[in-house]
Design a protein around this ligand. Sequence first.
Ligand code: HEC
Length: 163
Amino acid sequence: MKKIYLVAFLMCMGIFFVFAGLQAGQDKEMPPAEAEGFWTYITDTNPYEQWEFMPGHEGMYPGQSPHGAYLKLYANDIAVKAAKAGEPMPDGAILVKENYGENQKDLMAITPMYKKKGYNPEGEDWFWAKYGPDGSVETSGKVDSCIQCHKTAPKDMIFSQPK
Ligand code: HEC
């Protein structure tokens, strides 16, 4: 009889560890605030081209210096959900901006911002990066130029507020 209790106990433990493992796996799904791992995430693990656009900024639209003449602004699920609810961008929100030339065809650069709680409290916890279309890293991290300019944005360092 005792053996049955032991087996039941072990089964419960097994189920517990499977769920704990799944939970840990979910946390691991968010990328590091580091240029290469982040690029792998947005192009392979969870490709940004399959995301929605930032609400109110659908498709291609004209941009201004220092970004491309034309832009596309993708937002991950976390960012879209917050945008639609009119809430500030939470931990894990990612905006990926494609910067195109005058002809609206040549992709010049990809400039994302990624909110990682505790990463840079003085800079609203945004991780910044600039990639060439092939994923080559031009700059990344707590990039001062991005921060200084985006500080002047209306809210949460975001110029293109959701509409
Ligand atoms: C001199 C000012 C300036 C600098 C420097 C700058 N940006 Fe921006 N950024 C803007 C403006 C203005 C917009 C709004 C879109 C537009 O009109 O180009 C924008 C838009 C964005 C967006 C879309 C979300 C939003 O805020 O509208 C992202 C993402 C972004 N920039 C990333 C970056 C990154 C990464 C860097 C640094 C490598 C950077 N930016 C440097 C001015 C700047």
